[in-house]
Write a protein that binds this ligand. Structure first.
Ligand code: KH2
Length: 256
């Protein structure tokens, strides 16, 4: 009997211990860092369809992290609608950057942040007179397009409680609905908006200022403080060494 209790205790103890082990040890042991990334976010993560290779700001960050860890990097394809689930289901050890939101923070851990952006609405240039303010887009006669699973989808509900919201699934994009006349506007980071109005001169930024200062960070498993601290300290170290300054300049991004 005592022997039985003892062995049960031993099993319970080793299971608890297993769970307490950090991703950090696992990554080192496996010699591989698994990174979840969507490959559709210019300039953060972009998948080249010709070569199937990833490139971008966050891809450079992850290659550097793996190099400093002394392991190989493996990019695991992710989607916006399931990017958080990929962390909780252990499909990858870390994600490339996402906007920090309270909803995501309920189930995933965020590392230190390394990029800040503001949000702006995009409309057709020809409608700019009608839609010249954030407020003009908040009406039951207005349709706002969003991309499923993104922080913009969450925020649009807050900014435009009166408007109709139309969510499309990536690779389809919110702004394409505006271009096609199926929606009146969408919201996106000022970084993306500035690129889009060059690529699509029919689009314009609503000249009413930025809202919602938002921060990007990588996601890691919520309970793994060791792994989170390791990556967050690494980010801070790389910030003071100038690595991030150089990288931001390479991708034409403003620093924090
Ligand atoms: S967020 C990222 O973390 N974006 O803010 C959203 O949800 C990125 C705009 C759709 C392209 C595909 C990139 C989503």
């Amino acid at each position: 009997m005592i022997k039985k209790i003892f062995s049960i205790l031993l099993i319970v103890f080793s299971i608890t211990n297993l769970q307490a082990a950090s991703k950090l040890d696992e990554i080192k042991q496996n010699g591989e860092l698994r990174v979840g990334t969507t490959g559709d976010w210019d300039p953060m993560t972009m998948k080249d369809p010709a070569t199937n290779k990833y490139k971008g700001f966050d891809i450079d960050v992850m290659n550097e992290l793996a190099k400093d860890l002394g392991v190989k990097v493996k990019f695991v394809p992710a989607e916006w609608k399931t990017i958080v689930a990929g962390i909780t289901a252990d499909r990858y050890d870390i994600s490339t950057s996402v906007t920090k939101t309270p909803k995501r923070a309920e189930v995933a851990g965020f590392t230190a942040t390394y990029y800040k952006y503001g949000t702006v609405p995009l409309v057709l240039k020809k409608n700019l007179k009608k839609f010249s303010t954030w407020d003009s887009l908040n009406s039951n006669k207005v349709t706002i397009a969003t991309t499923l699973g993104t922080s913009q989808e969450e925020k649009a509900k807050e900014f435009f409680p009166k408007s109709k919201l139309k969510s499309v699934e990536a690779p389809a994009r919110d702004f394409q609905e505006v271009l096609a006349g199926r929606a009146d506007g969408n919201i996106t980071s000022s970084t993306e908006a500035n690129k889009l109005i060059i690529k699509y001169p029919q689009l314009a930024i609503v000249p009413d200022g930025e809202k919602n200062p938002a921060f990007l960070a990588m996601m890691v498993p919520k309970g793994d403080k060791v792994w989170n601290n390791y990556v967050s300290d690494w980010i801070k170290k790389k910030q003071s060494s100038g690595f991030f300054t150089t990288l931001l300049a390479k991708y034409n991004l403003k620093s924090l």
